[in-house]
Design a protein around this ligand. Sequence first.
Ligand code: FAD
Ligand code: MG
Length: 360
Amino acid sequence: MGDNKQKRRNRIIGIISLLILLIILTGCGKGQTSGDSGYSLADVTQTSYLMGTLVQAKVYAPTKEKGEEVLDTAFQQMDALEKKMSLNIPASEIIRVNEAAGSKPVQVSEDTFLVLQKGLEYSKLTEGSFDISIGPLVKLWGIGTDQARVPSADEIKQKLKLVDYQSVLLQPEGQQVYLEEEGMVLDVGGIAKGYAADVTKEIFQEAGIKHAYISIGGNVLVVGNKPDGSPWKIGIQNPYRPRGAYLAIVEVTDSTVVTSGDYERYFEENGVRYHHIIDPATGYPTRNGLKSVSIITHKSLNADALSTGVFVLGIERGLQLLERTPDVEGILITEDKEVYLTSGLQGKVRITDKEFSLAD
Ligand code: FAD
Ligand code: MG
């Protein structure tokens, strides 16, 4: 088996172990449990491979059948979202917009239009460090694909000219999207998984589900508390260890914990690690002393965009942005294993790996 296939297989096995870890942390997996109001609930889990990663969801429903029904609906909806927004499925809406760059606007669905609208909002909020028009550089580097390589400085310079979120024009009437320059490429890999988690939560809540979790490649969103009324315990991945080894635990209710890091997708050349989060200002993978950024808030789309954007901004500007953004908290892990917390997390994160220490 080619070593890329082996790597992908290891990644999937790793993610499964993370999910098993999540079950351990949440004390789930018994099949039947009682809700905090005493009546018994069936816990039902579904797992699938979507959006290039492992997706797992667990609901606590009045009956097993009800649980299976709501999970089926949710996974069908996530599959539909992937077909709209993927760069790997021909004739997706995003591909059609990219193909028409510089020539004509393209009408997209409400879902895609909303993701793009939010994407541009976060580009503005993060001063361009999160940029959905990053696609030409993502394709040039090819990180996470068999064609990953270090491009020449000149190639990067050429593609950088096509990265500019201010040239992504959105027309709400008819949900029209227009890219001003031929060769521009939208890439929603940094935000659409968060949106998929939010849509899944809505489906659960409309079905009356009060306790559930969704994990999309390690991006976690929980509904309510655990059935016994206690908060969910989410492990923060140790960026230096295999998937599933965590360095800290945070307890959350009805929130999402989304992490971006340089250990997700990368290759090494001459001892240098080139990962998949590109700085739109330089055209190179970010290198600013950060290993990972975890964002805790209510909307997973917001957390997804912010985790990527703050990772590019770096410690100082990243913490400043988070401190002035309401209802958002962050855990920033540095290369020298220091853990920075936003003010709302002080005293709420338990470090479980003594190699890491809270930054003062
Ligand atoms: P995040 O930090 O959340 O995002 C990093 C990703 O965002 C990068 O991979 C790149 O796509 C983009 N990005 C890089 N720099 C920036 C920046 N500065 N600003 C904004 N965005 C940036 N993967 C596959 O291997 N095969 C697939 O078929 C596939 N299909 C997908 C379909 C959809 C709809 C989505 C949402 C993702 C898909 N993916 C697929 C995964 C995708 O390519 C990304 O690698 C993944 O979403 C990265 O998520 P993350 O949480 O690791 O990193
Ligand atoms: Mg992201």
